[in-house]
Design a protein around this ligand. Structure first.
Ligand code: SF4
Length: 58
């Protein structure tokens, strides 16, 4: 089954982010466990492993 999934994202520092539309430009992303993946907090448990900083970021 081929779903047309949309990835909504507001991480404006990512080179794949279309911030004005709250969208990721990629067809698919990898979501991975975070470094502190035993706290139960979303910001510790999960992260977008497809993130790449914009060229003007470090
Ligand atoms: S790659 Fe990840 S962080 Fe970057 S726009 Fe897509 S969903 Fe957001």
């Amino acid at each position: 089954m081929n779903k047309c999934q949309k990835i909504q994202c507001s991480v404006s520092s990512c080179m794949f982010n279309e911030f004005s539309e709250n969208l990721c430009n990629l067809d698919a992303i990898q979501v991975s466990a975070g470094a502190n993946s035993d706290s139960g907090a979303p910001y510790d448990e999960t992260l977008c492993a497809s993130y790449k900083p914009k060229k003007n970021k470090k």
